[in-house]
Design a protein around this ligand. Structure first.
Ligand code: NI
Length: 218
């Protein structure tokens, strides 16, 4: 099978698999990450086939929705790619990308894997967690978990362990300080750094307005 055909098949597979996914991790999230990853790739020396497959499959089974089991995603991806007769070395690379992409894995820096393709997809995924879309996804997920919007008495905890992060039921606004506002300094590529600066400013403006309205000042 040729590469464009495999990518087409992957798009169909991901759309079908994620048809009931939560709004922040649905097909449209994947599509945005895929497009951002291709945009970032233009300035990087990467294999676009691997970037495409990795971006399309990176949330095929989000561990948050499988009781924290982080092995499900790589397993589903492997099975699918084997059916597409993708070569073994590419499959291993994609499995590693899925394993290492999440914020949670990078909190527990146990094992080491890196590649330029992972850097690009991680940046694209992180870009989708900030800015206007990031704000929308953050509150959508908070609602899904029945979290409060904000509680001035519960301070953000920026030094969470991997376990604490998974179990956290803190207000959604805290997530800005625990994750979203930290992302701009974690971008790997210069293209993503530039985009992240603008999205970061937008979130800061949003927070100022949020507190002003909360406090009855506007
Ligand atoms: Ni994602």
């Amino acid at each position: 099978m040729n590469k464009p055909q495999i990518i087409e098949n992957t798009i169909s597979f991901v759309k079908e698999t994620l048809k009931d996914a939560e709004g922040g991790h649905d097909w449209f999230h994947i599509e945005r990450v895929y497009k951002n990853a291709l945009l970032i790739s233009k300035d990087e020396n990467v294999d676009e086939f691997i970037v495409s497959l990795g971006a399309l499959l990176h949330d095929i089974a989000d561990a948050k929705f499988y009781d924290g089991d982080e092995t499900v995603g790589p397993r589903i991806a492997r099975k699918f790619l084997e059916n597409q007769q993708v070569e073994a070395s590419v499959i291993i690379h994609i499995e590693n990308i899925i394993k290492y992409i999440s914020f949670k894995s990078s909190l527990s820096l146990g094992d080491k894997f890196s590649s330029p393709e992972l850097d690009v997809i991680q940046d694209a995924d992180r870009l989708d967690a900030i800015g206007a879309i990031g704000i929308a996804r953050c509150f959508n997920y908070g609602g899904f978990k029945n979290r409060t919007l904000y509680n001035p008495e519960i301070a953000p905890n920026v030094n969470m362990t991997k376990e604490e992060y998974k179990k956290s039921d803190a207000p959604t606004i805290n997530h800005f300080y625990e994750k979203l506002l930290l992302l701009k300094d974690k971008m790997n590529t210069s293209t993503a750094k530039k985009i992240a600066e603008e999205r970061h400013l937008f979130m800061e403006t949003f927070l100022q307005q949020f507190y002003a309205e909360w406090n009855g000042e506007k």
